[in-house]
Design a protein around this ligand. Structure first.
Ligand SMILES: O=C(O)C(=O)Cc1ccccc1
Length: 304
């Protein structure tokens, strides 16, 4: 039985994702912000934390990327994918809707709907979609844009369901934990994540990318975030197909480390969508093993 911190309060999309990833009997504990959920697992108060990482419409969740790049290391060991459409909740009997509250990612995904259906209503950012429901219940705002499950937790009225400007929007969530534990086994449909503070000089990022492309490794995401300490310096977040246990990925990670001392491993785990890695010609694991065996044989004086 594990304890899992999640980005709450109760009724967030992240709670829904955490329930999908948790085992029977696991205890789910809400935290008001992403940094607080990450800090719970760092301090050992929980065994894992569930946080959103990227959305197909709005892109990355900056608090998660920054929270994983800084502080004691954490590694992702599982991921979940949720379809994202929203419900609009009000206090029962509300007639005029002047303010619409939600997490910024949610507001960005219902902007057209709000303009068309609640003209003149002012969007207000809250820490999460469920925090917006709490604020509406308290009387701070008129409407909340929430996950469909939120209405089960808060005594509010559903004014609209299936709200989304972009159909088929999806959000990816991670389960992270401290690194001193075995990594999940490779499955052939895995994702590896790293963050690297590339040097501030011509070609530094291109060199890192070339190490991956030269080994036929397909990137699934590349993001830059400010390093925060020095204006103009950036950290680069790479997600790519494959698992560190594979020779071809191990070889690439060693090369990245050689080029950039400041590289942090953020996890290798199965992909939620089950998409298998594309392997380029002469870049399969057996090619790397065969090449290393050949060098070893030559060194032993057995071949030329
Ligand atoms: O606020 C929430 O419910 C979250 O879990 C973050 C979020 C916000 C909008 C879309 C997906 C996830």
């Amino acid at each position: 039985m594990a304890k899992i911190a999640y980005f709450g309060p109760e009724g967030t999309f992240t709670e829904q994702a955490a329930r999908g990833l948790a085992a029977d009997g696991d205890e789910l504990i809400p935290f008001e912000t992403i940094p607080l959920a990450l800090s719970a697992v760092r301090k050992g108060e929980t065994d894992a934390a569930c946080v959103p990482v990227e959305n197909s419409v709005e892109g990355v969740v900056p608090a998660t990327l920054d929270g994983l790049a800084e502080g004691d290391p954490l590694v992702a060991f599982a991921e979940g994918l949720l379809p994202v459409h929203f419900s609009v909740l009000t206090r029962p009997g509300t007639e005029e809707i002047r303010t619409v509250a939600s997490h910024p990612h949610a507001l960005a995904q219902v902007r057209l709907w709000v303009e068309a259906n609640l003209p003149g209503a002012k969007p207000v950012a809250t820490s999460s979609t469920a925090a917006a429901a709490v604020a509406v219940q308290r009387g701070d705002f008129d409407a909340a844009v929430t996950a469909p499950v939120a209405v089960r937790h808060y005594p509010l009225e559903v004014r609209a369901t299936e709200v989304a400007d972009v159909r088929d929007a999806r959000t990816r969530f991670l389960l992270v934990r401290k690194p001193q534990q075995p990594l999940p086994e490779p499955t052939g449909a895995d994702r590896t994540s790293i963050v690297a503070a590339a040097a501030n000089r011509t070609g530094a990022l291109a060199e890192l990318l070339t190490e991956l492309s030269g080994r036929g490794i397909n990137l699934t995401r590349l993001d830059a975030r400010p390093a925060r300490s020095n204006f103009g310096e950036y950290r680069f977040f790479f997600d790519f197909e494959g698992h560190i246990a594979e020779p071809r990925i191990g070889d690439a990670l060693a090369a990245l480390r050689r080029r950039c001392r400041n590289v942090r491993f953020l996890g290798s785990h199965p992909r939620a969508d089950g998409v298998r890695a594309t392997i380029a010609e002469a870049a399969g694991n057996e090619d790397f093993v065969d090449a290393a065996d050949w060098v070893a044989a030559v060194r032993r004086g057995e071949l030329a």
